[in-house]
Every structure is written in structure tokens, then in C-alpha cells.
Design a binder for this molecule. Structure first.
Ligand code: G1P
Length: 294
């Protein structure tokens, strides 16, 4: 069993990134010069995903266009002998097969995932949320796929430890550890207050799910925030099917928030030899300018 399809919901309005998101899709906002969505799709492709299903809303056409060929730009680059850039642009345009489906009303993540039902078929599939970039040689979603295979194709939820006071920002899992990194889940709760949270194991939006989730999503009531929550459906799934949670390896950046975005930008600039020296010099200069000493 190979997981070939990933649902990437991108219908959100990106209110944490206003005013930029007033006119552009938040997924197109770059970390230096690479749009955030590029990293998310790259994670999927490196894990062996062959088809991406974007769940979109109005104003998101740029995301679909980004992964399409752009003949006009290619011709321009070729004519001007910009061959390196030409190669890069062609590569992005043929990275993966992309389809999209509209979420006509913003009724929550569970509702968004349900919109892709008809495009999934019967095999397990991945769901990857775009607000969190996870950096690791073995992609986070691939690590979850491996756990799924090890457990007869079970659903697997990616988790990380968060400070207790942050449980109210995430879906939080509960269950029994079967080894140091993997739990057999007994339930999941959306954004509990710290005092009600069963654990501090939160999902930053990496899921392997089985087909049954759609039947559950069709029947759950609205949950937290008066929205249809994927978390609530997974909580029901745990009752009838094996659902695992796995602490994946990788550094995660909450690029949907301004501080997380800044962390990713600095990290990526320091990692890349093409930008490292410049960033170090630029920071030194500004430390002097603003009288900052460490
Ligand atoms: C969504 C999910 C939540 C998950 C989070 C990860 O919440 O509902 O379970 O932990 O994404 O980013 P949102 O951040 O969209 O409110």
C-alpha cells in the first residue's frame, strides 16, 4: 500500500498576515524567495506523494498557477539566456500533479477535508496543513507513512510536545505509548484549555487518514469555534479503528504567525551559504546602529 494523494487545505484567509493577505494568498508569501506552499508540497513530493488536492477558496488561483507551467515566462527566460532560472521554473511546473476543489463556505478544517472526498478513492491519504513548515531529511509526513505501514495501514497523527499553556492552540491527542515515540490513540480534543488537556502532545497539521474519516465527517456536529473539526472526527475514528500518534523528528516553524515566520526566515538564511554571510554582516551592522549588545 503506497500513499499517493495528499489533501492540502488552503482556503483560510490568513488573517494573521494582514495586510499582505488582503490581496495575495498567504501560501504565496515567501520565506526569502520561495513561497511557503513550495516547502509544504516539497515535503509531500519527497515522501512519494503523486497527487496534491488543494481545497481552495476565491483568491487562491496563484497557488494553482505556481505549480503549473508558465510558457510565457519560460520563453522569456530562454530568450534572455537565463538558463538556471529557466530550469528552476520548469522544475516547479512539473513537480507534482495538482487538482483543486472549492470550499464554498469556511466551515472548518473537517469540512475542508470532506470537500476532497470524491477525489480520494479508497486508499489511505495524507493531510498536510500549510501553516507549519517542518524541516528534516526524512519528511515528517513520510515518517507517519512508515508508522502507518508498520501498523497495517492505520491512521497516524503527527504530534510534537508543546508547553502546557499552548494546548489551546492545537488538536491534542491522548493514548498509550507503545514505544518512545508512538502512541495508540484513545481520543483527541480540539484546543483544550491547559487544565483540561489530556497531554501536551499537539498536532501541527500532519495526518495519515483512512477512508472511514469521510463518513464520520459527514455526521459530526459542529465543534470548537462552531466549526466542523477534523479533530472531532479523528476522536470518533479512534473508537472503531486503530489510530496511532507519532512524535516525528524535525524542526517545526509556525510560519502562519509573524514570530514563526521570522524564525524560519533567519534559519533558512543562515543555513544557505548564498545568504549566510550577508545576514551575519547585516545583523552586526544593525546591532551597532541600534546600540544592541548581546
Ligand atoms: C488546525 C487544527 C488543529 C491543529 C492546527 C495545526 O487549527 O484544527 O487541530 O493542531 O490546525 O496548525 P487552526 O490552527 O487552523 O485553528
Amino acid at each position: 500500500m503506497k500513499i499517493k494523494k495528499a489533501i492540502i487545505p488552503i482556503a483560510g484567509k490568513g488573517t494573521r498576515f494582514l495586510p499582505a493577505t488582503k490581496e495575495i494568498a498567504k501560501e504565496i508569501i515567501p520565506i526569502i524567495n520561495v513561497p511557503m506552499i513550495h516547502y509544504i508540497v516539497k515535503e509531500a513530493v519527497e515522501a512519494g506523494i503523486e497527487q496534491i488536492i488543494f481545497v481552495t477558496a476565491s483568491g487562491k488561483y496563484a497557488v494553482e498557477d505556481y505549480f503549473d507551467r508558465n510558457q510565457e515566462l519560460e520563453a522569456f527566460l530562454e530568450k534572455n539566456n537565463k538558463l538556471k532560472e529557466l530550469e528552476l521554473i520548469k522544475e516547479i511546473g512539473s513537480m507534482v500533479s495538482v487538482t483543486s476543489v472549492r470550499q464554498k463556505e469556511q466551515l472548518g478544517l473537517g469540512h475542508a477535508v470532506l470537500m476532497a472526498k470524491d477525489m480520494i478513492g479508497y486508499e489511505p491519504f495524507a493531510v498536510i496543513l500549510g501553516d507549519d513548515i517542518v524541516v528534516n531529511d526524512v519528511p515528517a509526513i513520510k515518517q507517519l507513512m512508515d508508522v502507518s505501514v508498520a501498523h497495517n495501514g492505520a491512521s497516524v497523527i503527527g504530534v510534537m510536545e508543546v508547553p502546557k499553556e499552548d494546548t489551546k492552540k492545537y488538536g491534542i491527542v491522548k493514548g498509550e505509548f507503545i514505544n518512545n515515540t508512538t502512541l495508540k490513540m484513545t481520543g483527541m480534543v480540539e484546543k483544550p484549555n491547559p487544565e483540561d488537556a489530556p497531554t501536551n502532545l499537539a498536532t501541527p497539521g500532519r495526518y495519515i487518514l483512512t477512508r472511514e474519516i469521510f463518513d464520520i465527517l459527514e455526521n459530526i456536529p459542529r465543534g470548537a469555534g462552531n466549526e466542523y473539526q477534523l479533530t472531532d472526527a479523528i476522536n470518533v475514528l479512534c473508537r472503531n479503528k486503530t489510530v496511532m500518534a507519532h512524535k516525528f523528528i524535525g524542526e517545526r516553524f509556525d510560519t502562519g504567525s509573524v514570530p514563526g515566520y521570522l524564525d524560519a526566515t533567519i534559519d533558512f538564511a543562515l543555513k544557505d551559504p548564498a545568504t549566510r554571510e550577508h545576514l551575519i554582516e547585516a545583523v552586526k551592522k544593525r546591532f551597532n546602529k541600534y546600540g544592541i549588545t548581546l
